[in-house]
Ligand binder design. Structure first.
Ligand code: HPA
Ligand code: ZN
Length: 330
């Protein structure tokens, strides 16, 4: 099964590039940029990755991101993730980045976007891995600040496919960003939002009312039977991240996770890694963890992979080609 999981063509739709910053790279970049880390070594860092909830994680994740300073840093970070994609046969990936995490430290958006984008172009040229970039607005900040960032992001429409929403969910519902999503849509961006990770199903409902194309996490959808019906009927994709949900105590353990239950109810769920350097693994490790707990059938794996293709922002031809490959895969 491991070989099957490793080699099946996969699409990843929920990956924060700052969350792929491995402790070894954190040290390398800290040294290169003369930044003092409060951790003495990689083991100390790994020990600190014992989270009680989303906020607990975010506090450490934003600290880690401080080592990212130059265009080369963003390139190297992205390139390291691309190596993982190659190893794990991720053939298409849609990557989040958090512009405000960097502009708050006076790192220009241009540096961030160009560093990431150049690595993604190289991934396409060298390995045929395709990708889109999604800029996430930090929901713990104000809508006004988000709107200022959106104005800047409009200069990079050729490189950024969609606008997303992440960071501290509780008390920061999607409706707080109503004007921002309206503007982003008018500007031609596609829309995604984290909703129903820690926040309840009402947050998912609000996101859909704002015209959001795809929900990140969304695992709380089960709380509202009507909403669940709509999600199935309209095939609204949920980008689910099993290891993340267990690490951040959204579910007590993997046995309690509802991804298989949702799949069996024909919800368009896929498997993703969220912040792989912090949560114990990339997309393959997420599939392996699910298989260890639920004993996946090959058909279930294929359905999860096909759902991700259908949930992606690829065009119809590209989707059809990938679905065919997955169906034919043995
Ligand atoms: N949820 C919200 N914000 C985030 C996450 C997450 O899982 N990872 C990085 N930013
Ligand atoms: Zn996320």
């Amino acid at each position: 099964m491991k070989t099957f999981l490793q080699n099946i063509p996969k699409v990843e739709l929920h990956l924060h590039i700052e969350g792929s910053l491995e402790p070894s790279m954190m040290f390398k970049l800290a040294k290169r940029n003369n930044i003092n880390l409060k951790f003495k070594n990689e083991d100390e860092i790994k020990k600190a990755y014992d989270f009680s909830n989303l906020q607990d994680f975010l506090d450490i994740y934003y600290q880690g991101a401080n080592v990212l300073q130059t265009k080369q840093d963003f390139y190297d970070l992205t390139w390291a993730y691309i190596q993982k994609c190659k190893e794990q046969n991720v053939v298409h990936t849609e990557i989040f980045f958090d512009p405000q995490t960097h502009t708050a430290r006076n790192i220009p958006i241009k540096i961030v976007v160009e560093g990431i984008y150049e690595a993604l172009e190289e991934a396409k040229n060298q390995f045929g891995i395709s990708s889109f970039l999604i800029a996430c607005i930090l929901r713990h900040l104000s809508e006004e600040e988000g709107l200022k960032t959106l104005d800047e992001l409009c200069l990079y429409k050729d490189k950024i496919k969609a606008i997303g929403l992440d960071s501290s969910e509780l008390n920061n519902p999607p409706s707080k960003f109503k004007n921002l999503f309206k503007k982003a849509k008018q500007e031609g961006f596609l829309l995604v939002a984290h909703a129903g990770e820690e926040g309840d199903s009402e947050y998912i409902k609000e996101a859909l009312e704002l015209g959001i194309n795809r929900i990140d996490h969304g695992v709380k959808c089960e709380q509202d039977k009507n909403l669940l019906e709509i999600i199935v009927q309209k095939q609204i994709p949920l980008t689910v991240c099993p290891l993340s949900n267990v690490k951040l105590k959204v579910f007590k353990n993997m046995q309690e996770h509802n991804i298989l239950k949702l799949l069996q109810q024909n919800v368009c769920v896929g498997v993703n890694s969220d912040d792989p350097a912090y949560f114990g693994g990339y997309i393959l490790e997420n599939f392996i963890a699910l298989d260890e707990t639920f004993k996946l059938s090959k058909d279930e794996v294929k359905k999860l992979c096909i759902n991700a293709v259908n949930a992606s922002f690829l065009n119809t031809n590209e989707k059809e080609k990938l679905v065919k490959q997955i169906k034919a895969y043995k």
